[in-house]
Design a protein around this ligand. Structure first.
Ligand SMILES: [Zn+2]
Length: 137
């Protein structure tokens, strides 16, 4: 049995239509099925292009930030192990909110990594910088 045969469904449709849904893109009144959100294929496509562009732009910013973090860590840690003050990292533009992964040791210490370059907070706002040798997460 198709749902169109049920009186109940028809009532719901009529009720929804009376609420006058408007297109999320252009504000035109949307006619037709109650789950329709756009007045036309054009507006539907426009909406998805906009969302995709926002996501792409966000991903680009995140990728850039993590790559920049990696460069800073690598620059301040040429020998693979060093101790740097937070102020120094901030001066270079380090953004501690973005990293690729975290590594917890059995002792409960947490390392933050930007690809192969990692750091762990020490006492007095110092950080130990490390380099991951095997690239295994
Ligand atoms: Zn529209």
């Amino acid at each position: 049995m198709s749902f169109r045969d049920t009186t109940n469904r028809t009532d719901v449709h009529q009720q929804m239509d009376s609420e006058k849904r408007v297109c999320k893109v252009c504000g035109e009144i949307v006619h037709g099925r109650s789950d329709k959100q756009y007045c036309s294929d054009y507006c539907r496509a426009t909406h998805f292009h906009t969302v995709n562009a926002d996501v792409t732009s966000y991903m680009r910013r995140v990728n850039y930030t993590i790559r920049k973090n990696r460069s800073i860590l690598s620059l301040l840690n040429p020998k693979g192990r060093s101790r740097v003050h937070k102020k120094k990292l901030m001066e270079y533009g380090m953004n501690f909110d973005f990293y690729t992964n975290v590594y917890k040791t059995k002792a409960g210490k947490t390392y933050f990594f930007c690809y192969d370059q990692g750091y762990i907070p020490l006492e007095d706002d110092f950080y130990a910088l490390v380099v991951k040798e095997d690239y295994v997460c």
